[in-house]
Design a protein around this ligand. Structure first.
Ligand code: CP3
Length: 354
């Protein structure tokens, strides 16, 4: 494994292991993105996938929020769509619409178009970007790598793009359960390889995004999400037992107890989940992350501060990584992100002293 500058801020790693820290570590999903003028400046010159595929650019964008805010982690600038792309599908980033697949998988027969990727080669730019970023970060904060979860990637591969209900993808589950399981398993195998190699390239924490988990009935979650999510954690931990794993199954309230029994160290809560109830459910089986409503960043600073204090009170003394319940939004004021980060730090420090 490559050698990197020593880590100066290990609050996030300590918290993920359930160890005490002087204050609550904090970062934001989608912290590198369009709400930052310095990101928009880069995007004026370069396409989205061009940034993703150019390690120096991806590293610079990853570090932009670290330069601005006192956040306790960086997350690699990339996208979950690079996995379906490596599996042979074409993905376009359409402005105002998000990722779009010109030729989605409309029938199980079309799974023939998928390839078994040589992950090291097909996703080499991600590993290079992680390594370059680790050097450029110079140990300021740990670097988070990530992947989309099998179901969330399948939802895009079948639906062809963003959707409110993912009707086409969920129709597949009912009409073609065996082909669905085959697709989810193939995707799982690629994700495991991808995450293991991310850790080898320099990722110090790994997060799995199951952004569309909450569309399922509890039964379908147990059939089409949970086994694959659990398998990913077990297989990655077999190789990298020391790398903390975070799972974000957005909307899957019913899943917290089952997720706490998997090998993920941290469960990320969305804003509709109650921290106190989640604490009771998971007990000492998992650290929690989250979960301020991203829209609270539209509030005046004093209201935002109260919301952060309420959130911290909800997590109480449970090991907790401060975050939003979903990503930063393009029209967020960066100064509100600063208020969020600083209030998590200041108030959690007061709570520990009290
Ligand atoms: O968090 C970070 O700052 C790291 C980078 C990151 C991006 N996408 C960059 C991005 C991460 C972790 C993701 C994950 C991702 N991508 C998820 C899971 C998390 C979630 O939000 O639920 C999903 C579902 C996607 C798919 C995706 N990519 C969508 C739906 C969109 C369009 C909507 C949007 O927010 O723009 C993207 C595009 C995207 N990914 C952008 C960024 C910065 C904006 C693209 C641009 O610059 O025009």
């Amino acid at each position: 494994m490559a050698s990197f500058p020593p880590l100066q801020n290990d609050r996030l790693l300590r918290t993920a292991r359930g160890e005490p820290t002087d204050r609550t570590p904090v970062w934001m999903m989608r912290q590198a993105g369009r709400y930052l003028p310095e990101y928009r400046a880069i995007r004026e010159e370069h396409g989205f996938f061009e940034v993703v595929e150019t390690p120096e650019l991806a590293a610079d964008v990853t570090i932009q929020p670290v330069e601005r805010f006192a956040i306790d982690a960086a997350i690699l600038f990339c996208d979950i769509m690079v996995v379906p792309e490596a599996m042979g599908l074409t993905v376009k980033m359409v402005s105002g619409q998000g990722p779009t697949f010109p030729k989605p998988l409309t029938t199980p027969a079309e799974m023939e178009r998928l390839v078994e990727p040589d992950v090291e080669h097909a996703l080499g730019h991600v590993f290079d970007a992680l390594t370059v970023t680790r050097h450029k970060l110079a140990g300021r904060v740990p670097l988070i790598g990530f992947s989309g979860a099998p179901w969330t990637l399948m939802a895009y591969m079948v639906e062809g793009g963003g959707s409110k209900s993912y009707r086409a993808a969920r129709r597949w589950l009912y009409r073609h359960p065996d082909a669905s399981k085959a697709l989810l398993q193939r995707t799982t195998d690629v994700i495991v390889d991808y995450l293991i190699r991310q850790a080898e390239a320099g990722a110090q924490v790994l997060q799995v995004f199951d952004s569309w988990a909450g569309l399922h009935s509890p039964e379908n979650f147990r059939t089409f999400c949970l086994p694959y999510l659990a398998e990913i954690a077990t297989r990655v931990k077999d190789v990298h037992s020391d790398v903390p794993l975070i799972v974000f199954a957005k909307g899957a309230h019913y899943a917290l107890d089952a997720l706490a029994d998997t090998d993920y160290d941290v469960i990320s809560l969305d804003s509709t989940m109650d921290p106190a109830a989640a604490r009771d459910t998971v007990g000492d089986r998992a650290v929690l992350q989250g979960n301020l409503d991203p829209c609270a960043l539209y509030a005046p600073p004093d209201v935002l501060q109260q919301e952060v204090q309420r959130m911290l009170a909800g997590f109480g003394s449970h090991p907790h990584i401060g975050n939003l319940g979903h990503g930063m939004l393009p029209d967020h004021d960066p100064e509100r992100a600063r208020v969020f980060v600083d209030t998590v730090h200041e108030h959690s420090q007061h709570m520990r002293a009290a």
